[in-house]
Design a protein. Structure first.
Length: 165
């Protein structure tokens, strides 16, 4: 019970969790499970962590490398992140985010970027920062959590897996 890294036998349950978690979100293209599969297939997952209780996966989060046009190489993208629909509002998503940020901080990462709800992610130190852009995404939903003060500005690129249909 608790947090652990993904193992191969978890993949079908994680995929189903991620697919169903996004079904009721208007902003979703309902391809997050395919993004996760494409990241996994490309060996581009820096982290794939679950939260489970009694052998059931209730939450999942992924991290993958991102690039900034200024050349900084130690930045990551958070997502997809999903919590089983009937288990929402228990703090599982927040706990997954906090775990990711702690791991990134201790590994000397420069920053963590994401596209998401500012009302939720601002509680975890994420801010919309005009120094960083992601084409096609409204700036208020593109957020960053920096771990150093001298991170150069630039355009951010997520892995091509994020553009699967």
């Amino acid at each position: 019970m608790g947090f652990r890294f993904e193992i191969p036998t978890d993949i079908p349950e994680i995929s189903k969790l991620v697919e169903t978690a996004f079904l009721d979100l208007e902003i979703s293209q309902n391809n997050e499970h395919r993004i996760l599969d494409a990241l996994r297939d490309a060996n581009a997952l820096s982290l794939s962590m679950i939260y489970e209780e009694n052998g059931e996966i209730l939450g999942h989060v992924a991290l993958s490398p991102v690039k900034i046009s200024s050349g900084d190489g130690s930045c990551f993208g958070l997502g997809p992140i999903a919590v089983k629909r009937e288990e929402r509002h228990r703090g599982i998503g927040s706990a997954l985010v906090i775990r990711c940020l702690e791991m990134l901080r201790t590994s000397n990462a420069s920053a963590c970027f994401l596209v998401g709800n500012p009302d939720f992610y601002s509680h975890h130190g994420f801010v919309a920062d005009s120094r960083y852009t992601l084409p096609g995404v409204p700036p208020e939903f593109f957020m960053v959590h920096t771990f150093r003060d001298d991170l150069p500005a630039g355009e951010v690129s997520f892995h091509p897996a994020f553009f699967v249909e």
